[in-house]
Design a binder for this molecule. Structure first.
Ligand code: HSE
Length: 324
């Protein structure tokens, strides 16, 4: 993204000072845009509080909201990895302690590791006077994400910038904001099954046919055209049609076909796998339809005897931000 014209000057900070940053959940891929499209959500999200300390480095303080599932080691935590890299970028002599409130379920396809990384990067930068802009923070977040789920920026970019973004590569200059249709409302369901991103990437085909390549290219182009023109009918006709990634992953998500059919019956435009799943995201034209689709998702999983969590939300134009 274009560099902001001015950067604030660096400041010194007394020990004990802290800042908290919220970073949103993100829906990567948008169906046909594997690894190149991502969208920020209004909610849920992760909160990272960064507290200044004199000892150098990013230390892990507390983690809440993860049911004890995240490793308690800074070297394996994306918030700490991103925080550490930002400290290095700042040439900071002091360090930070990071407290992480997980609002996002783990391994759910909602960009959990990316939200933690983005919140930490923005918080550490803010604590040190915000000398860096989002372009500068992106590499730290991409590295953190790569350490747990592969090198892709379609979660960290919308978690940092908000909105819907095209991610041509993991470099800041290759990230482009796309229009977000005003009417777009979302219904999401996370069935009770963990799908680690690394596993969902391992099931993808190593090669694709020329036929599928041409089809996929047309679908991505049509989807981006639909966003630019606000043509939700075209969006509906393209988003679900991915011939490559979605079919390879559908088996990892119990009830995928039934849930998609139920959402369509409830009026949803299209239902996508959110990132690497298992969360499914229904695109809807208004709030009432989103609520109906969420109800249809819940009823489907109840009928299948599979636990699930549903919610409705909207795309967010805002990425990681200070909250207090
Ligand atoms: N584009 C990535 C994937 C996103 O689908 O594997 C992971 O959340």
């Amino acid at each position: 993204m274009p560099k902001s014209a001015q950067r604030p000057t660096r400041q010194t900070h007394p020990a004990g000072e802290s800042v908290a940053v919220f970073a949103p959940a993100t829906v990567a891929n948008l169906g046909v845009g594997f690894d190149i499209l991502g969208m920020a959500l209004e909610a849920p999200g992760d909160i990272v509080r960064a507290t200044y300390r004199e000892q150098p480095g990013a230390a892990l303080g507390s983690i809440s909201g993860d049911d004890g599932r995240l490793p308690r080691s800074a070297a394996r935590n994306t918030a700490c990895i991103a925080g550490q890299l930002v400290l290095e970028r700042l040439s900071a002599s002091g360090g930070v302690s990071l407290d992480l409130e997980k609002g996002l379920p783990l391994a759910s396809g909602l960009g959990s590791s990316a939200a933690s990384a983005a919140a930490a990067a923005v918080a550490v930068n803010a604590l040190y006077g915000a000398p860096l802009d989002l372009d500068d923070l992106l590499p730290a977040c991409v590295e953190a994400e790569a350490s747990v789920s592969g090198r892709h920026a379609d979660n960290v970019a919308p978690a940092l910038w908000g909105g819907i973004v095209l991610v041509m590569s993991a470099e800041a200059r290759a990230i482009h904001p796309l229009p977000v249709p005003e009417e777009l409302h979302l219904a999401l369901v996370t069935p009770d099954v963990a799908v680690p991103t690394a596993h969902a990437r391992a099931v993808l085909p190593a090669r694709v046919s020329m036929h599928d390549m041409v089809r996929q290219t047309a679908l991505v182009a049509a989807l981006i055209h639909a966003l630019h023109t606000g043509d939700l009918a075209l969006l509906a006709r393209t988003a679900e049609q991915d011939p490559i990634v979605t079919p390879a992953r559908a088996n990892l998500i119990p009830g995928f076909d039934q849930a998609r059919a139920a959402a369509r019956e409830a009026g949803a435009l299209a239902t996508l796998i959110s990132g690497s799943g298992p969360t499914l995201c229904a695109l809807c034209v208004d709030s009432a339809t989103a609520h109906a689709a969420a109800g249809a998702f819940a009823a489907t999983y109840e009928r299948l005897g599979i636990g699930s969590r549903t919610f409705t939300t909207r795309p967010s134009l805002h990425g990681a931000r200070l909250i207090k």
